[in-house]
Design a protein around this ligand. Sequence first.
Ligand code: PLP
Length: 287
Amino acid sequence: MPRQAYVNGRYLPHRDAAVHIEDRGYQFADGVYEVVPVFNGILVDEDLHLDRLDRSLRELRIVEPMSRPALKLVSRELMRRNGLTNGFVYMQITRGVAPRDHKFPKGAKPALVMTTRQVKPHSQQLLDEGLKVITVPDQRWDRCDIKSVSLLPNILGKQAAVEAGAYEAWQVDADGMVTEGTSTNAWIVTPDNRVVTRDATHSILNGITRITLLELIRKEGYELEERCFSVDEAKNAKEAFLTSSTSFVLPITQLDGKPIGNGHPGILTGKLRQHYMDYMQNLKKSA
Ligand code: PLP
């Protein structure tokens, strides 16, 4: 069966799936999204992702297109149709279709699109070498906590990274403090082995991987600080890493061309990655 997508109530071949030209997501980026990772056939932290989706919708006053049980049902049906075992479910909800006008349309029905993507495991080479990251100015708005489809600064940052031969760009605020990556959260380990990541304010997206890893870090008893850190502190850190639903936990070995620590993936980073992989491995299937 060819890969399928879900579009406003219908399962369609992915290549034919389309939305209306006056969908407000297309015209105004007036919408939100979620990426729920799938590991060994299990939707990882599904309810945390759906809680964040609800919150994003509430903050933008977009109506829920369907109930949570219905969303879960569609995710599972699409996974089944596409034979998805490892990868992610992408869901996007926009304010709907209406004649182009900035103000909220009256009576527009929210539009829901869902797709899945199979993803290969990270290569051993990538895990052994670690990632290069560059820094870019954070040019985003004041509500980065909302998972909006409006991602232009993130796209420009990621493209700058690619053009510099790097995997990710860490965005830096006006005070010289790292906010987060363009699609990942940013972490360092200090010379005295404290794990540091920025606190979850409106300046970052509170990653679900971040939330789960924070819990694992507390459970394992590592020293932890949720606070801002500067580019300078990051360059002099013992270790650095990033997290996201598709990256899980990945080591960073270079920032703006400067090796982090001894230039190899950090030992604590490796342990945290393992804790996170074990966490996913031990998840049980839910209906
Ligand atoms: N920060 C930004 C800007 C993101 O876009 C993402 C993921 O897309 C993350 C952080 C990581 O969030 P999560 O762990 O929920 O994937």
